[in-house]
Design a protein around this ligand. Structure first.
Ligand SMILES: Cc1ncc(COP(=O)(O)O)c(C=O)c1O
Ligand SMILES: N[C@@H](CCOP(=O)(O)O)C(=O)O
Length: 526
């Protein structure tokens, strides 16, 4: 036991007592201290094999949360964040602690989480890159999560002990080699698979933050009996999973018969209180807003700006995965419109804090059947009107009155952004084409790929432009749409890329006949 303790190396190099925490020192003294002592990040990433003691497993009676607790100094290194009104123009004077239960500003507008940027700027871009890079792929609590590996930029003041995490994030940035070359003449096309995640969508990134904060509030005896959301499927799945993991009641409002079975079963299985309501998503959203104003139920939709703090880490992760090189374009499917702003915020923070020198151009892609942002963009941003969203295979973005419209417009205007739309046939064809090259994407990603097709065809996106398409959910949540398409069972749709199974009699001759025909169509040498 003594030997284990002796050689047991801490996963928290930045909290080693031998090096004073720089935030306790004036900036110059901190810089001097940093240069006088060995760089904790460098020494942890490039160890000298002759001088590094052998690592031993942590003692068996200690888990990763205990370990974090043992090393916790309850010190936020001077970093902090608060709610301020989301106001693109003026510098806000109104603000709220993140420990308050508040979703709207005094004037009824959106809120934003504002970080103390001066405190974060005490460290340069290299420091942050090294810190974030040093945490990737580990099981250290909570930094093994792609969200909490950026904790200082997300919720700096939360105790690691209060965090509810499934080690979300760190999702695959997939090089779409064949799809790019075959269908678009592109060689630098990437798909950020945010849907390959704990509950199968990007919502996990935001929900770990929101539920962690709720966990903290409940420990502080704040009046939060449960957490609730309106959902087209993915938010409710993430909410119920994270709440179940922390033992917090969750309540979800779902539009009846408008979400996939795979999505519906998630909150049911995770023990949420599920209300199936005879209205659309916008109707559910209205109801949950009214209910959370009356009952001690904490609102988990992206109207709550905490969610976006987690979601923005996907943008930081993209830069990190490109070794801090900036792509030219990032295309995001949009519905309630929180995510497009989250991406903007992540990229913008990286620029402001000196990790990169520019941000990519953003494209928001909507289904033509639920396109209020697209119409607003086409009007020259003049006149926003909510629409009645029609049925779409991209059911998770069937939203006509997006709560984050102001955030989305801000993000697009400030990134020289573009809005595109996809018809049902376009999005289903794009999904089938992507699947035919080895992906298995959701219809919302089909919407984003349609936007890419359109912008490539018009020459706006060039063949060598480094482009990232954000895939927001796992294709396995939307298998019915694929079954309908490949069965050629969608009225008025040609289903040009359908690949239905061939019915064949159970005898050798029949099987040989169809196989020969198939092989001949593939290879003229047979
Ligand atoms: C799979 C999927 N893609 C895209 C979106 C759109 O994200 P946002 O509402 O943040 O625009 C959602 C939810 O709205 C979703 O569930
Ligand atoms: N697609 C969403 C719709 C609600 O979006 P949110 O980000 O505001 O929670 C869902 O899956 O419910």
């Amino acid at each position: 036991m003594a030997a284990t303790t002796l050689f047991y190396s801490s996963p928290f190099p930045l909290l080693q007592p031998s090096k004073p925490t720089p935030s306790f020192l004036p900036i110059k003294a901190a810089a001097a201290a940093a240069s006088a002592s060995p760089d904790p990040i460098k020494s942890s990433t490039s160890p000298d094999p002759s001088s590094t003691p052998l690592k031993h497993r942590r003692p068996a009676d200690i888990n990763i949360r205990d370990e974090a607790r043992r090393h916790s100094t309850h010190n936020h290194q001077g970093f902090s964040a608060k709610y301020v009104p989301f106001s693109p123009t003026c510098s806000p004077t109104e603000s709220y602690s993140l420990d308050e239960i508040v979703y709207r500003s005094r004037s009824g507008g959106l809120l934003d989480v504002q970080h103390d940027m001066d405190a974060l700027k005490r460290y340069d871009g290299e420091y942050w890159k090294n810190l974030f890079d040093s945490r990737v792929g580990k099981t250290t609590w909570p930094y093994g999560s792609g969200v909490w590996s950026k904790k200082e930029w997300v919720l700096p003041e939360i105790d690691s002990d209060d965090i509810v995490s499934a080690f979300e994030g760190n999702s695959n940035l997939f090089w779409a080699e064949r799809f790019g070359k075959q269908f678009l003449g592109m060689n630098d096309l990437w798909v950020k698979h945010c849907g390959i995640s704990h509950t199968g969508s990007f919502k996990d990134l935001g929900m770990t933050v929101l539920v962690s904060q709720v966990n903290r509030l409940r420990k502080m005896n704040r009046p939060v009996v449960g957490v609730g959301c309106a959902s087209t499927g993915d938010t409710s799945a993430a909410l119920s999973a994270y709440c179940a993991s922390a033992g917090i009641p969750s309540i979800v409002f779902l539009p009846a018969n408008r979400i996939s079975l795979a999505q519906l079963v998630q909150p049911i299985a995770n023990g949420a209180f599920v209300l199936s309501i005879d209205t659309d998503f916008d109707g559910c959203m209205q109801l949950i807003r009214e209910v959370t104003a009356e009952l001690p139920i904490y609102l988990a939709n992206s109207l709550n700006s905490l969610r976006l703090e987690g979601q923005k880490t996907a943008a930081i992760e993209i830069l990190q995965q490109f070794d801090w090189e900036v792509p030219d374009w990032v295309i995001v499917p949009g519905g309630n419109l929180g995510n497009i702003y989250a991406f903007y915020k992540g990229f913008h923070m990286c620029k402001e804090l000196g990790l990169v020198d520019r941000i990519p151009r953003l494209v928001c892609a909507q289904a033509a059947n639920a396109n209020p942002l697209y119409l607003h963009y086409k009007s020259g941003w003049k006149d926003f009107k909510a629409v009645k969203a029609n049925t779409t295979f991209a059911s998770a973005i069937q939203i006509g009155d997006p709560v984050s419209i102001d955030r989305a417009v801000f993000a697009l205007k400030n990134s020289n952004g573009i809005v595109e739309e996809a018809t049902e046939e376009e999005l289903m064809d794009a999904m089938a084409q992507a699947d035919s090259t080895g992906m298995f994407i959701c219809p919302h990603t089909g919407v984003a790929l349609t936007a890419l097709f359109k912008l490539r065809n018009s020459g706006v996106i060039g063949p060598t432009d480094r482009t990232v398409v954000v895939s927001t959910a796992h294709g396995l949540k939307f298998t019915q749409s694929k079954i309908d398409y490949h069965s050629n069972d969608i009225g008025d749709m040609a289903c040009r890329y359908a690949n239905p199974p061939v019915q064949v009699k159970a005898d050798f001759g029949s099987v040989m006949d169809v196989l020969k025909k198939y092989l001949l169509s593939k290879d003229s040498k047979i």
